[in-house]
Ligand binder design. Structure first.
Ligand code: UGA
Length: 491
């Protein structure tokens, strides 16, 4: 018996004796003589029987309702967003879902149990014939949020997962999560490095796909926090692929976010999937390139169908505050200076185009071929990589000019030589492979896309652009918090 158990057992006996002793003392005082000895013995026996019966009951309860003994986990998607009680039940279910730090060790034990598994199955059951059942990692992130909405909107079953880290303002991620919940999509607080939880999730329901978008983003930030990139983009990817390879019911196909940054110092343009990607310019790019090599290995060994999508500077409503277009908009509104890297050009790609690309990649992923929990494969499985760009690079100065026009205010610009911090001077996507295989055709110009972004930005942060964009009103009609949130978001 382990020491702790021995200890507890001994304590139990001591408690037992103490209690029995106390009751016999009372009886002795009440009746005296030999009679009390009999009563004392029977009371002793009665006490022990009660303790044993209680223990048996607790054990029975734990076996049949393990989830009730752990955290409450009601998935918020089950409540109608329109019913009067739904907002409070949503709030309380959020509290139960969000009440943890989301670190690898915190969620593993609490997300489990038969009832929890039933909720997972309910959540990922598609509402349309031949619909997909998709686990979306990074679902409270920019691209994950939009993809989750789109998948759910067309009747696929979606379960989201996000660790809500503080790389940029988590309140924006929480707002995305709330909006998803109001549409019926749940996002669990969990980390992709929590392999045990991923395994439980993928064993609980027949997921057909994993859309793996959780990652440590940001090209230049990699110099400040290199380990975060290794943890999320390398270890985290391995954790997701391990869980997919060994999924209990069926191996899902995996579609994941690579990056245009893998082209690194490539000088051929436009960038094609056939070009060199062995000269990354940043650790971020190196981790994404490593991810593509890791994907190859998992496809080869386990027969996992894996598709890597190389995103090109994706922007739009509900975007990432750390990205240039977003932080520039905030600085312009606040009258703060912005720093432009001379001659930088990007193939800015609008979120709706990227979402269509992601769904096209999911729809055409093909099946994984691993059997017996990933121990062997029945044949080769698809291994694909695609550019998802806009095919028309734009100077960053032009992007700022469009923002100035939309916000009705001039930027305070400082133009400097591009620092050697991992950035690359230009990106330009060739998307013929994605067009051929799933009809990917970006249709949104930078002007149009930024207009949608600014519409959302002024509404979300209550920016008064009629007054020249100087005024940021108290946000949301409920609290002034969002104003400071807007101004303090990570960059
Ligand atoms: O497409 C990609 O692969 C990558 O796109 C973006 O990376 P990046 O293109 O560097 O996006 P931003 O940080 O928004 O920068 C956009 C442009 O603005 C320029 N920039 C950035 C920051 C700044 O202060 N000044 C400035 O001129 C950059 O040089 C770049 O040309 C994302 O941040 C990455 O997560 C993603 O993987």
């Amino acid at each position: 018996m382990p020491a702790g158990v021995v200890d507890a057992a001994a304590k139990g006996v001591r408690l037992d004796r103490h209690a029995a002793g106390a009751s016999s003392l009372l009886l002795r005082r009440a009746s005296g003589g030999n009679k009390h000895l009999l009563v004392s013995a029977s009371s002793h026996l009665l006490f022990r029987a009660t303790v044993l019966a209680t223990l048996a009951l607790v054990l029975l309860f734990a076996v049949h309702y393990p989830s009730l003994l752990s955290h409450s986990f009601t998935l918020s998607s089950s409540s109608s967003p329109h019913s009067p009680s739904s907002s409070s039940s949503r709030r309380s279910s959020h509290r139960s879902l969000l009440g943890r730090s989301g670190g690898p060790s915190s969620s593993s034990s609490s997300y489990s149990g038969a009832a929890w598994e039933r909720e997972i199955r309910r959540s990922v059951t598609p509402r349309r014939a031949d619909g997909l059942s998709v686990l979306v990692t990074g679902a409270a992130g920019f691209v994950g949020f939009h993809c989750s909405l789109a998948l759910h909107g067309r009747g696929d079953g979606v379960l989201g997962l996000d660790n809500f880290n503080g790389y940029y303002d988590p309140t924006l991620k929480r707002a995305r999560q709330r909006l998803l919940a109001s549409r019926g999509v749940s996002v669990l607080d969990a980390d992709i490095n929590d392999g045990a939880l991923l395994h439980r999730l993928l064993s609980a329901a027949p997921f057909t796909h994993v859309l793996h978008l959780a990652a440590q983003a940001g090209v230049r930030h990699a110099m400040r926090d290199p380990q975060a990139y290794v943890s999320s983009n390398v270890a985290g990817l391995v954790s997701v692929l391990e869980a997919a390879a060994h999924a209990g019911q069926q191996q899902p196909a995996v579609v994941w976010a690579s990056s245009s940054s893998v082209y690194g110092l490539n000088t051929e343009s436009p960038f094609s999937e056939d070009h060199r990607t062995d000269r990354p310019a940043s650790l971020y790019a190196a981790t994404k390139k490593a991810g593509e090599a890791i994907a190859h290995a998992y496809n080869h060994i386990y027969g996992l169908s894996i598709t890597g999508l190389r995103f090109f500077t994706v922007y739009g409503p509900w975007g990432r505050p750390d990205m240039a277009y977003f932080s520039f908009a905030r600085s312009i509104v606040a009258g703060e200076p912005i720093t432009l890297f001379r001659d930088a050009r990007r193939d800015f790609t609008y979120i709706d185009d990227v979402v269509r690309g992601c769904l096209g990649a999911l729809d055409t992923a093909g099946k994984s071929t691993g059997v017996s929990g990933g121990r062997k494969k029945s044949g080769p499985a698809p291994l694909r990589v695609y550019n998802l760009g806009n095919t028309s690079p734009v100077p960053v100065t032009r992007m700022v000019a469009v923002l100035e026009k939309l916000l009705g205010k001039k930027a305070n610009k400082r133009v400097v030589t591009m620092p050697t911090n991992g950035d690359v001077p230009f990106t330009h996507a060739n998307v013929t492979h994605a067009a051929r295989d799933f009809g990917y055709r970006p249709t949104t110009s930078l002007e149009e896309g930024l207009r949608h972004f600014v519409d959302w930005f002024v509404q979300y942060y209550k920016v008064d652009i009629k007054g020249g964009g100087n005024n940021v009103l108290a946000a949301g009609g409920k609290t002034g918090k969002r104003k400071s949130m807007a101004m303090s978001a990570a960059s």
